[in-house]
Design a protein. Structure first.
Length: 275
C-alpha cells in the first residue's frame, strides 16, 4: 500500500513539474516574440542609377517640379523633312527635348497635334496614378512635384504614341518597351559659376498599345508611367533585379525597397549634372 501511495505522489509531482515547465517555456517564447523587433525587408542601392557622366538629379531650387500629362497628344505626326520619318523616333531620342520645346513655344502648335491611336481616357488616369507613386518621397524632403494643365508652365511632359519607330521609320511592334524618357542635363559646376544653360523640357513618351497591338492594360500603363518618371527624376539606368520597378521588367509594377533606397541615396548626393 505504501508503495502504491508513493508511486501516486511521484506521478503527481512529475505531471505538475512538466506542466509548469511547458507553461514557462510558452511564456518565454511569447515574450521573446513580443520584444524582438521584426526584421526589416532587405534593400540595396543599385549602381545603375548613375549615368556614364555621373549623377543626375534636380535641385531644391527647382522644386516643385511641374508635370504636364497630355490627354493623348502624340508628336509622331511631326515629320523630318530630310528623312521623311517622324522626328520623335527612338534614334532621335536626344533631340526630343528640342522637339517638345519647339512645339510648346509655337502658338497653337501643340494643340494642333493629334491624339495617339489606341489612347483612351483611362490611360491618362493610369499615367497620373503611376507617376504619383513617387509622391511618397515628398515627406522625406527629397523632391516635390505637382501636375499642371498648362503646357507653358511645366518641367516634365508626358506624350503618347501608338508604337515606337526607329530612325528608318520602321515600327518597333515586337518590343515590350512601353516608354522612353529624354532629358538634357547640364553640369552643376557651370551653373554655379554663373552660366545660364538653355534648359529644355524632360519628355516622356508612353506607348498606348502592347506588343500585339492591343490597348495597353491599365496596370502596365501605371507601371510604365512610374518607371519613366523614375528616369525623369534621375535614375538613369536599369536595375539588374527584375523585382524592381526600375528594371526592364518593371517588377510588380510598384516601387520596390531597392527603388526606394536608390532614390533616397541619389537625392542625398550632390549631383554632377542637373536636368
Amino acid at each position: 500500500m505504501l508503495t502504491l501511495i508513493a508511486g501516486l505522489v511521484l506521478a503527481f509531482y512529475l505531471v505538475f513539474f512538466c506542466r509548469t515547465y511547458v507553461l514557462a517555456a510558452n511564456l518565454n517564447r511569447h515574450k521573446s516574440a513580443a520584444t524582438v523587433p521584426a526584421r526589416a525587408p532587405a534593400q540595396s542601392v543599385y549602381p545603375q542609377f548613375r549615368s556614364s557622366s555621373g549623377t543626375i538629379r534636380w535641385l531644391n531650387e527647382q522644386m516643385p517640379l511641374k508635370v504636364f500629362v497630355s490627354h493623348g497628344t502624340t508628336l509622331d505626326k511631326i515629320i523630318d523633312e530630310e528623312s521623311g520619318v517622324p522626328v520623335c523616333n527612338v534614334g532621335n531620342l536626344a533631340h526630343w527635348p528640342d522637339l517638345a520645346a519647339s512645339a510648346i513655344e509655337k502658338e497653337g502648335e501643340l494643340q494642333n497635334q493629334p491624339v495617339a491611336e489606341g489612347f483612351c481616357p483611362e490611360h491618362y488616369d493610369a499615367a497620373v496614378q503611376g507617376i504619383s507613386f513617387w509622391k511618397r518621397f515628398e515627406k522625406d524632403g527629397l523632391f516635390s512635384f505637382q501636375f499642371t494643365d498648362d503646357p507653358s508652365d511645366a518641367d516634365i511632359y508626358v506624350f503618347w504614341v501608338n508604337h515606337f519607330v526607329g530612325n528608318n521609320g520602321m515600327a518597333l511592334f515586337a518590343s515590350d518597351i512601353r516608354g522612353y524618357t529624354a532629358k538634357r542635363s547640364f553640369w552643376l559646376k557651370d551653373i554655379q559659376s554663373g552660366k545660364r544653360p538653355p534648359f529644355k523640357p524632360v519628355v516622356i513618351v508612353l506607348r498606348t498599345t502592347d506588343a500585339v497591338g492591343r490597348p495597353m492594360a491599365l496596370a502596365k500603363m501605371r507601371a510604365s508611367a512610374a518607371h519613366e518618371f523614375g528616369h525623369a527624376l534621375g535614375i538613369e539606368g536599369h536595375s539588374g533585379d527584375p523585382h524592381d520597378l526600375m528594371s526592364v521588367y518593371y517588377g510588380n509594377g510598384t516601387i520596390s525597397n531597392n527603388d526606394a533606397a536608390t532614390i533616397r541615396y541619389l537625392y542625398h548626393l550632390v549631383p554632377d549634372l542637373v536636368p
